[in-house]
Design a binder for this molecule. Sequence first.
Ligand SMILES: Cc1cc2nc3c(=O)[nH]c(=O)nc-3n(C[C@H](O)[C@H](O)[C@H](O)COP(=O)(O)O)c2cc1C
Length: 200
Amino acid sequence: MEIDFSTLRPAECYKVLSSLVTPRPIAWVSTMDEAGVVNAAPFSFFNCFGSNPPVLAFAPGNKSPGLPKDTARNIRSNREFVVNMADEALAEKMVETSASLPHGESELEATGLTAAPSSSIAVPRIAEAPVAFECREWATLEIGSNRMVVGTVHHAHLRDGILNPATFHLEHGSFLPVGRMAAPDWYCRTGDQYEIARPS
Ligand SMILES: Cc1cc2nc3c(=O)[nH]c(=O)nc-3n(C[C@H](O)[C@H](O)[C@H](O)COP(=O)(O)O)c2cc1C
């Protein structure tokens, strides 16, 4: 089978890419609007892209031509966001926060989650998340109806026991984020991991 992308509609491109570029990590992004309402939504077009400076990026597609999702709209207004990470225990709540509530209604309140203060930015993190990265927007690229939000990381909150505080090595088994698999609703667990040594 071969696929010529020039013949595909955007919804078909989405199915092909999102089913095959897997597993993807999921950014559970909290932002804040002008009235101080905390918004949360998951984005699996997400990864980290560098360490000097530390860079994360995720991509909220537009709601309709030219109209950003609430997450992108909030970041445009105050240039701050938190990338929270969801583990298996939080996966269903994380998916619940993808409901498209009207602007000004908080997905955190709607799902019984808690906003906790951040340390370096005004936008709160999700208290229940085992990992949260406080970020400032570096740039948002508009590519057709995609927006790619690129941010630098300024502070992290981790549940105790995830990283060794002396070495920053992961304590294996202590952090089991879920991964996004085939469109529309498949996920993977990350409890089955193994090691491959690199050539010297
Ligand atoms: C696991 C998961 C991953 C998602 N990834 C994306 C994504 O990468 N880009 C996107 O535009 N929407 C994605 N969505 C849909 C958004 O979460 C959804 O449109 C949400 O309502 C956006 O919220 P907002 O308008 O408050 O920003 C995803 C949904 C789920 C459940």
